[in-house]
Design a protein around this ligand. Structure first.
Ligand code: FES
Ligand code: FE2
Length: 396
């Protein structure tokens, strides 16, 4: 029997074509292996330097899958460091706010032990009553932390198997051509969902569902062939990958979107716009390119703005989706309107995604099906599962 040519499956035959076991989404044993062999070993993005722009600024990243929360702090020396957010006295969090700023020292609220921005314990309250407790042995517990472009990554391994530069090497040359300067955090969403972390990501790893699920929201801003969406590009780079979304032949935004686009760039408008690839800068594959950084990070590049997703497993059937948009700074009321319109323009398709994720997760548990299927346009979805499986088996 001959099979019809498939653009991506033919290009990446090593990804396979077989049905995928449902067990990978429902088994707590598999989830435990993912925790140890993926999340405790790989570099994980926890944020952006723009969340702590000045020395003394800090933010906290919750890594529930690894039973910790991390304090990421911009040191007085300009260096970013990460620590377990846990006081050495009795374990209280040192930083209680998701984001904040200090003048070089953080004091634990429980009994006032004080740490500097390098994690050193510089003051023990009532020190004479702690005989034998040495400050030099009781700093904050550090976690490996490195910055690439403006992205802050951590690695929870005792000794990482590779540097961040080595981990990102397959994609750094491509993504690094995008000019990330001149943006500011514009908005964020945080969604707590009853879904497996891979199911949550999978809807972001293919555009094929756009004309179906997002018929009323996003579908007009992408090119379809009949009712079928065809990616401009799917490219795999080691464990990472990218998909490019083709702009429609013609796109007329709604009247309100048109009004918003007179004042500033917005997501919905940019989704449908053709991009001219001129000069030495980043080369767009489509009107927007979605980069997937294994295992759980996305950088969505558009002309004039970018956004990121962090998808955090909490349990086998629970995950948190963090969405952050980065736009040029707003200077006028009109630009603020454009930005806010863009924010709510994203909300509706995201709610369509969330609703669907939770229904899928609930139903996969039934045991009615042993396998699910991925087609050619879902090659990046398959690639995520293959990457996780290779890690779980000790092959990556
Ligand atoms: S737990 Fe931090 S000072 Fe007591
Ligand atoms: Fe979607």
């Amino acid at each position: 029997m001959t099979t019809a040519p498939c653009r991506f499956m033919d290009r990446y035959p090593e990804e396979g074509r077989d049905p995928v076991p449902v067990e990978r989404y429902t088994s707590t044993e598999y989830f435990d292996l993912e925790r140890e062999r993926v999340f405790r070993r790989k570099w994980l993005n926890v944020g952006n330097v723009l969340q702590a722009p000045k020395p003394g600024d800090y933010f906290v990243a919750d890594l529930k899958i690894l039973d910790t929360s991390l304090l990421v702090i911009h040191g007085k020396d300009g260096k970013f460091r990460a620590f377990h957010n846990q006081c050495s006295h009795r374990g209280a969090p040192v930083a209680w706010d998701a984001q904040g700023s200090c003048k070089g020292y953080l004091a634990c609220r429980f009994h006032g032990w004080v740490y500097d921005t390098t994690g050193k314990l510089v003051h023990i309250s009532d020190a004479e009553n702690f005989p034998g407790v040495k400050p030099e042995d009781n700093g904050l517990t550090p976690v490996h932390c490195e910055v690439w472009q403006s992205f802050v990554f951590v690695n929870l391994a005792a000794e990482p198997e590779e540097t961040l530069a080595e981990f990102l090497a397959p994609v750094a040359g491509e993504i690094g051509r995008y000019d990330f300067s001149g943006f500011t955090p514009a908005f964020s969403y945080r969604i707590d969902e009853a879904v497996n972390w891979k199911t949550l990501q999978e809807a972001q790893l293919e555009g094929w569902h756009l004309p179906f699920l997002h018929e009323k929201t996003l579908a007009r801003a992408v090119k379809t062939d009949g009712n079928q969406y065809r990616h401009a590009s799917i490219e795999l780079y080691g464990l990472h990958g990218v998909l490019g979304s083709p702009p429609p032949d013609s796109f007329t935004p709604s009247p309100v979107a048109q009004l918003a686009s007179r004042f500033g760039t917005g997501t919905v408008q940019a989704f449908g716009a053709k991009v001219e690839n001129e000069g030495e800068g980043y080369k767009f594959r489509g009107s927007f390119d979605f980069w997937h950084i294994f295992p759980n990070y996305f950088v969505g590049l558009l002309n004039g703005l970018y956004f990121t997703f962090n998808i955090w497993p909490v349990a086998v059937d629970r995950s948190v989706w963090e969405i952050k948009g980065y736009y040029p700074p707003v200077t006028t009321a009109g630009e603020l309107f454009a930005r806010e319109y863009s924010k709510v323009g994203l909300r509706d398709p995201m709610m369509e995604d969330c609703f669907t994720h939770e229904l899928i997760c609930a139903q996969l548990k039934s045991g009615a099906k042993q396998h699910i299927h991925f087609q050619d346009e879902e090659t990046l979805v398959r690639h995520l599962g293959n990457g996780v499986e290779r890690c779980v088996r000790g092959l990556a």
